[in-house]
Ligand binder design. Structure first.
Ligand code: NQM
Length: 357
C-alpha cells in the first residue's frame, strides 16, 4: 500500500441526503480497524470541536465516513461500512449505519468503476455491513454517467437534485421490537424501543418537560434534559441488544408530541449528544413504523393517514416516510421502508491526514 501520510488517500466528499461524508474504497484503507480508525480521526480532524485540521464539519452530520467495496455475496453488488467519527472525542464507531450516506453509495461505486452502470438508470443491491440490512437503490445514469442534477427536493437541502430511490429489507435476524414489547417502563419513563433500520427510543416529550416545538439549540442548552435523556438511553441500549452504549451513537432518542403542521407526529431527536436539525432517513423509518403499531409510545397522539407515507414533522420541515408494517400469526411485528433521497459529488481527490498528535 502507498504511504498514506506522504501520498495521501483517494477520497470523494459527497452529500448523501441531509448528511455529508468522506467516501473511500475499502482497498485504500488499512485493513486493521484500529489503524483505520486512527487514520480517519486524523483525516477528519478529530478530536476537536471545530475539526479545524481535517475534513469534518464540526457536527455529527458532517463527520461521517463510508467505506465501499464489491460484495462477495451472491446477488449483492456492494458492501457499505459506515463509520461515525466523533467530533470532539478520539472515537470512531461502527455501532450504527447511516441511511443518508447510503444515498451516495451507488453513485460513488459507478464513479470508482466498482459496478457497470445501466444506460438510463442503475440499480444496485447494497449490504449494510453495520446492521446486515439490504438496500436496493436506483438512480439515473444516462449514457452510463451518474446524473446528479434533477428536480427532486428534500427538506434540509437547498435546491433540487436527481432522485435516488432506496428500498430497505431487514437482516434475517432483525427484530423490529428488540425487547419483544410494544412498551417498556425504564425507571419511571414509558418507552418504545424500535429498530426499522436504526435503533430508536420513542419517548413522550411532555414527560421530559418539553413542548415539542423547541429549536435544537434550545434543547441543547438544557443540561438537565440532556442528562435525563442520556440516562434512559444507557438503560435502553442493553435491552435493545446493543450492549453498553456509553460510547455508541445509538440508540437515537426521540421526544414525540402531537403534530402541529398537518403531519402525523412531531419529533425532536437526540442523536445522542446533539439534537438533529431535521431527522435521519432510517430514524424516520423507525419512528414511522413505531407510530403505526397500536399501543406504542406516540401511537395515541399520532395522526397517520391510512395510506400513503407517514409525515414526520421535525425542526426543519416534514419527512414523508414510507413504511409497511405487519404482524405475523404468532404476533411478531416486522417492517420495511422505502425512501427518496438525493446525493451530490462535491469533491474528488486525495486527502492528507494530519500528523499524529
Ligand atoms: O437515520 C444521523 C443522518 C443520521 C442517520 C445520525 C441517518 C439515518 O441524519 O438514516 O442517516 O447518524 O445521527 O444522517
Amino acid at each position: 500500500m502507498a504511504d498514506s501520510e506522504r501520498d495521501g488517500i483517494r477520497c470523494m466528499l459527497m452529500r448523501g441526503g441531509t448528511s455529508k461524508g468522506a467516501y473511500f474504497l475499502a482497498g485504500d484503507m488499512p485493513a486493521d480497524p484500529s489503524e483505520r480508525d486512527d487514520l480517519l480521526l486524523r483525516v477528519m480532524g478529530s478530536p476537536d470541536p471545530t475539526q479545524i485540521d481535517g475534513l469534518g464539519g464540526a457536527h455529527p452530520l458532517t463527520s461521517k465516513v463510508a467505506i465501499v467495496s464489491r460484495s462477495t455475496e451472491a446477488d449483492v453488488d456492494l458492501d457499505y461500512l459506515f463509520l461515525q467519527v466523533v467530533v470532539d472525542q478520539p472515537s470512531v464507531t461502527d455501532a450504527q449505519t447511516c441511511g443518508n450516506l447510503l444515498a451516495g453509495i451507488g453513485p460513488f461505486a459507478v464513479e470508482r468503476e466498482l459496478i457497470t452502470p445501466g444506460a438510463e438508470t442503475t440499480t444496485v443491491r447494497i449490504r449494510l455491513i453495520n446492521t446486515g440490512d439490504l438496500a436496493t437503490q436506483t438512480f439515473p445514469t444516462p449514457d452510463g454517467i451518474v446524473e446528479y442534477d434533477g428536480g427532486t427536493a428534500i427538506d434540509g437541502v437547498p435546491g433540487t437534485a436527481a432522485k435516488i430511490d432506496i428500498e430497505m429489507a431487514p437482516a434475517a435476524d432483525a427484530l423490529l421490537l428488540p425487547s419483544g414489547n410494544v412498551v417498556d417502563d425504564l425507571d419511571g419513563h414509558r418507552v418504545t424501543m424500535i429498530d426499522n433500520g436504526m435503533p430508536v427510543v420513542l419517548l413522550r416529550a411532555d414527560e421530559f418537560g418539553v413542548a415539542g416545538d423547541e429549536t435544537p439549540a434550545e434543547l441543547e442548552e438544557r443540561s438537565d434534559l440532556k442528562a435525563e435523556v442520556e440516562r434512559i438511553r444507557l438503560l435502553a441500549g442493553p435491552l435493545m441488544g446493543l450492549g453498553d452504549v456509553t460510547r455508541a451513537t445509538v440508540p437515537k432518542m426521540f421526544l414525540l408530541s402531537a403534530p402541529r403542521h398537518g403531519g402525523a407526529i412531531s419529533t425532536r431527536a437526540f442523536i445522542p449528544a446533539r439534537v438533529h436539525p431535521s431527522i435521519g432517513v432510517l430514524m424516520a423509518a423507525s419512528v414511522a413504523a413505531g407510530v403505526c403499531i397500536p399501543g406504542t409510545v406516540g401511537a395515541d397522539i399520532a395522526n397517520p393517514t391510512s395510506d400513503g407515507p407517514v409525515e414526520i414533522e421535525h425542526p426543519s420541515g416534514i419527512f414523508a416516510s414510507r413504511v409497511s408494517v405487519g404482524r405475523s400469526d404468532d404476533g411478531v411485528w416486522s417492517a420495511t421502508s422505502t425512501s427518496v433521497r438525493t446525493a451530490r459529488k462535491i469533491f474528488d481527490g486525495v486527502v492528507f491526514p494530519r500528523p499524529r498528535l
